[in-house]
Design a protein around this ligand. Structure first.
Ligand code: NAP
Length: 206
């Protein structure tokens, strides 16, 4: 498929280019060429850039897989519904993170007292992370979220549950951005078959 990639030069995008090509896709740098004529688009850019990119795709009738975090998903959903185009967003494309969120949701039923510590590389633009917010929403217990930004980190999260005389910690570590590649490839394969509007969460595709 011809794929328009926004953010091709970024930390995630530069890993996606060879992975997409190895999977047989023809990758277009969407910032230079736009999305017209592509079967789907991918956005891994910035919170202040993603909305305009998605609107360009919707205007061109191109479904979008959105990796960028830290912006208004409801607005994207409304725009995609109005355009009749499917879009997909995962707050975290790593398969282990999907399991971590599922396990945290389950543990919250037994241990309602919990806090989330999300740890990311220095310079991440949004805090708390999209993964932490999504985890908290799934737990439904309004956990406090702590954000750590330090050199040496990639993307990590702990959900610590406290009970009477015991704690339970669920932790996921992304040690390389390669972790996001299989989830993005899966979403790309599936996005055109999704209903119009925004579908959120890799678990919807698994
Ligand atoms: P990054 O290294 O800063 O890369 C962002 C790229 O986007 C840069 O190459 C930048 O180019 C480009 N860009 C900026 N404005 C653009 C525009 N208007 N159109 C096209 N390209 C534009 O960031 P990253 O670490 O790859 O992460 C990108 C986003 O994905 C962030 O929001 C991050 O939180 C998110 N993310 C999500 C997941 C997930 O699983 N959902 C995983 C990792 C990251 P210039 O530098 O030339 O401006």
């Amino acid at each position: 498929m011809r794929v328009a990639l926004y953010g091709a030069g970024g930390k995630v995008g530069s890993l996606l280019v060879p992975a997409l090509e190895a999977a047989g896709h023809d990758v277009v740098d969407a910032r230079a060429s736009g999305p017209s004529g592509c079967g789907a688009a991918i956005d891994f850019t910035r919170p202040d850039a993603v909305v305009a990119n998605v609107h360009a795709c919707l205007a061109a009738g191109v479904p979008v897989v959105v990796g960028t975090t830290g912006f208004d998903l409801d607005e994207l959903d409304r725009a995609a519904r109005a355009a009749g185009i499917p879009c997909f967003h995962a707050p975290n494309f790593a398969l282990g993170a999907v399991l971590m969120m599922r396990f945290a949701e389950e543990a919250a039923r037994t241990f309602p007292r919990a806090e989330i510590v999300e740890l990311h590389f220095e310079g991440k633009r949004d805090a708390p992370s999209g993964t932490a917010k999504a985890t908290a929403a799934r737990m439904g217990t309004n956990p406090v979220i702590h954000s750590v930004r330090l050199p040496g980190l990639v993307a990590h999260q702990e959900v610590i549950f406290g009970g009477r005389g015991e704690t339970l910690t669920i932790r996921h570590d992304t040690t390389s951005r390669e972790a996001f590649v299989p989830g993005v490839l899966l979403a790309l394969e599936r996005v055109r078959d999704l209903p119009a509007g925004l579908t959120v969460g890799l678990e919807e595709l698994l």
